[in-house]
Each structure stands twice: as C-alpha cells, then as structure tokens.
Ligand binder design. Structure first.
Ligand code: GAR
Length: 198
C-alpha cells in the first residue's frame, strides 16, 4: 500500500464535489488516494463520474438491510478492507448513526452549503434564499454525533445579490464548494498525524 492517505467519498446524487476532489487528486494538488466512492442511490450521477475517474464504486442500497446499524456495519467492513482512513461526505444525504461515527471518530469530513451554524439541514441553500438574508456561505466541518455541528475546518461567505435566482445562487455556492473542499481536505490531511485506523 502506498503512503498517501486513503479516502472514501460518500455521495447520494450529482457528485460535483466528488469530481472536484477527484480532479484535485488526479492533478496531485490533493495528495491522497480515493479508495472508493460509496453511494446509496443506484442511478446517481456520482457513479458515472467515479467510472470516469476510475474510482471503484461501492453501491450499497439501504433497503436491502434490516436496520441502519446493519447497513453501516457492512459499509465499515468494506472501508476497513480497503484500508480507508478518512471519510469524505460530499452530498451524502443520510444521517450517520453513532456506530459509524465512532468507527471513524475525528476522521469524517462534511461539506454543508451554508455558513454554519446558520441554515442547518437538507435544504440549506433554498432556506437561506427564502429567508431573504444578504449572505450565506459554505462550511467544511468534522462530523460528530450532532448533525451539522462538528468543529469547523473551513468556511467562506457567499453574498446573495438582489438579482439572484435560487439557481444562480446555487451555482455560485457550488463553485465555492469545489474550491474550498479539496483545499480543506488537503489542510486536514497535513494537520492530522496519520496512523492507520485499525
Ligand atoms: C452540496 O451542495 C453539498 O454541500 C450538499 O449537497 C450538495 C451535493 O452536491 N450537502 C448537504 O446539503 C448536506 N447537508 P454534489 O452532489 O453536486 O456534490
């Protein structure tokens, strides 16, 4: 096994953040290896993107498991087998249970499309837009057992212009995400004394 830390990227849908990370890895701007994409939705565009970057896909349908715990136990086993050290949530729209979080304690990153602690939840861009506020943002944070509240690793504000539509705001937020997430992962990997997770 090589010396680069091994990441698993988790997605449920489009996968544009996955692609930004995969592109940074390919250019060696992000010194890591993507061991696999974990996806819970068979038709997700993220799967296509992973094929393009020759990243192995672990497609795990939660409906085939009798409980969330069994589902997550299975994923943890797969990640261990692949030597995964860090979990990168990139639009993975399922809440992880303490079982999973404890298995990768302090090594799970998430990106959220708001300036946390404002606009937590699954519709953060729309919620900020509809609230009529002047700015929102993007946050990269460590995942803890409380949703959208872990220690913040990187944050950037995004202004909401009077002329913005929801679509134009989403586009600008995503552009910030695609820059901020690879940079935040790079900084995290540099600051973390790497020891294989057993
Ligand atoms: C991203 O905007 C990400 O911040 C958001 O889902 C989108 C996924 O886009 N995540 C959350 O809202 C988590 N609460 P992508 O699939 O194109 O990367």
């Amino acid at each position: 096994m090589d010396a680069k830390p091994r990441l698993a990227v988790f997605c449920s849908g489009n996968g544009s953040n996955f692609e930004a990370i995969a592109a940074a890895v390919k250019k060696n701007k992000l010194r890591a290896r993507i061991a696999c994409l974990v996806c819970d939705k068979p038709g997700a565009r993220a799967v296509e993107r992973a094929h393009r970057y020759q990243v192995p896909v672990v497609l795990v349908n939660p409906k085939l498991f009798s409980s969330r715990k069994d589902y997550e136990k299975f994923i943890v086993r797969v990640l261990r087998n692949q030597g995964v050290e860090v979990v990168i949530l990139a639009g993975f729209m399922r809440i992880l249970t303490p079982h999973f979080i404890r298995a990768y304690q302090g090594k799970i990153l998430n990106i959220h499309p708001s300036y946390l602690p404002q606009f937590k939840g699954a519709h953060a861009i729309r919620d900020a837009y509809e609230a009529g506020v002047r700015e929102t943002g993007v946050t990269v944070h460590l995942v803890t057992e409380d949703v959208d509240t872990g220690p913040i690793l990187a944050q950037e504000r995004v202004k909401i212009r009077p002329s913005d539509t929801l679509a134009s705001l989403e586009k600008r937020i995503h552009a910030v995400e695609h820059r901020l997430y690879p940079a935040a992962i790079t900084a995290f990997l540099k600051s973390t004394p790497f020891k294989k997770i057993k």
